[in-house]
Ligand binder design. Structure first.
Ligand SMILES: Nc1ncnc2c1ncn2[C@@H]1O[C@H](COP(=O)(O)OP(=O)(O)O)[C@@H](O)[C@H]1O
Ligand SMILES: [Mg+2]
Length: 376
């Protein structure tokens, strides 16, 4: 083995150890990790809950710290012979590759899934830098298992979904009372022997279909859904969300307008999660408009991205709280949970998109969600 490779393989030579020992006796400061005596390096390896790795630019492992055994169950030697991409979840593969730093000295924070020894995927958060050493470049990273944290947020997201569904139920009950009353009226007419023509049947069918779509939408959003990405029409997805939210909006004299200026709105996403995003945003918009008005939901698509803006006519977000609204449990509402925007942010991040907030021209807020059309 060439000496230049020894460092990147994590080995500490006898000479280096001696230097370290001398330095220690002389009471010198240790400015670099590599100058630490071996027991200290071993302590880092054993006690840190971060896995340290060095990979070549194509992803082959050059070094991985021993605690890969505790964190992912893999034997250090088995991993070192492989390429990092062979452990990454297929859905996160292109994401990871596209986000790696292209210039040396740059670093990125990335969240993705990695396969553990038992075949399950664990959520990993890594800080990855690109470093040049002796004319070669490497990716150096420290990574942490954040699966537990992800699990907790998943439970929070589910309880928030149930909470939202509960709040929407009141509006939905209200919404389906009217068609039920008219259906009952028609039935009574028929019972009395009045000759109802085809026109009535058409109206009855439409009323039943409307009730069906609202109730199935409510069931869909309240049931935990498997997280699956597929290609869906965002225009149709938003139309479903608007149908559901209109039941709440109508009670507050709010009109929800869906404006789509495109026939193309297919995106690759987890539809149940993306629905949750727009339910949260439209719900927030409705809750701010105490005097009624219009919520506009505008959709447009470019070659690479789909952009949806939710615009309300509420009082806007005060400058003093703009920083805080994404924090979990921050709410200005008596019955708020403060979880809506945090969950929204997280879902959008998992879809590699972003959210921006700005003041609407006259009054109110515009929340813009930008999502890539393809997750790869
Ligand atoms: N469209 C909006 N206009 C004004 N304020 C908003 C808007 N959306 C969110 N906010 C503010 O952000 C806070 C956090 O929102 P969210 O995370 O959805 O929790 P919650 O709706 O339960 O309060 C809200 O309490 C509100 O103060
Ligand atoms: Mg909310």
């Amino acid at each position: 083995m060439k000496k230049s490779n020894q460092l990147v393989n994590g080995d500490v030579t006898g000479a280096q150890q001696n230097n370290c020992h001398d330095a220690l006796v002389k009471g010198e400061d240790f400015q670099h990790l590599s100058t630490l005596p071996l027991p200290f390096l071993e302590w880092i390896d054993k006690e840190s809950n971060h896995i340290f790795t060095v990979n070549s630019i194509n992803g082959d492992f050059r070094y991985i710290s021993n605690n890969v055994q505790q964190i992912l169950g893999h034997n250090k030697e088995d991993v070192t012979r492989t390429n990092v991409l062979s452990w990454v979840h297929p859905d996160d593969y292109y994401y990871l590759r596209s986000k790696l730093p292209e210039e040396t000295e740059n670093h990125v924070h990335l969240t993705y899934r990695m396969k553990s020894k038992d075949g399950h995927y664990k959520w990993i958060e890594s800080v990855i830098s690109r470093i040049k050493y002796k004319h070669r470049e490497y990716f150096v990273a420290y990574s942490m298992d954040i699966s537990r944290m992800k699990e907790t947020t998943k439970h929070l997201a589910q309880s928030e979904k149930m909470n939202v569904a509960g709040q929407l139920a009141a509006g939905i009950a209200h919404e389906i009372r009217n068609p039920l009353t008219s259906l009952k009226g028609f039935l009574q007419l028929m019972e009395a022997g009045v000759d109802v023509d085809g026109q009535y049947f058409k109206i009855m069918k439409e009323e039943i279909e409307k009730m069906e779509s609202i109730t199935s939408e409510l069931l869909y959003i309240s049931k935990p859904q498997p997280h699956h990405r597929k290609t869906v029409s965002l225009a149709e997805l938003l139309a479903d969300v608007c149908t559901l939210m209109r039941s709440q909006a109508n009670m507050h004299e709010i009109d929800i307008r869906l404006i789509t200026d495109t026939d193309h709105s297919d995106i690759e996403c987890d539809p149940s999660q993306i629905k949750q995003v727009f339910i949260n945003l439209i719900k927030n918009a409705i809750e701010e408009m105490l005097e009624g008005g219009v919520v506009q939901v505008k959709l447009r698509q470019t070659e690479a991205e789909t952009i949806v803006e939710v615009q309300d006519e509420g009082p806007g977000i005060p400058e003093t709280i703009k920083e805080k609204i994404h924090e979990p449990f921050f709410t200005t509402k008596e019955n708020g949970t403060g979880l809506g925007l945090m969950i929204t942010d997280q879902i959008i991040k998992e879809h590699y998109g972003h959210l921006t907030i700005k003041d609407a021209p006259v009054k109110g807020t515009i929340i813009r969600v930008t999502l890539p059309n393809h997750s790869g």
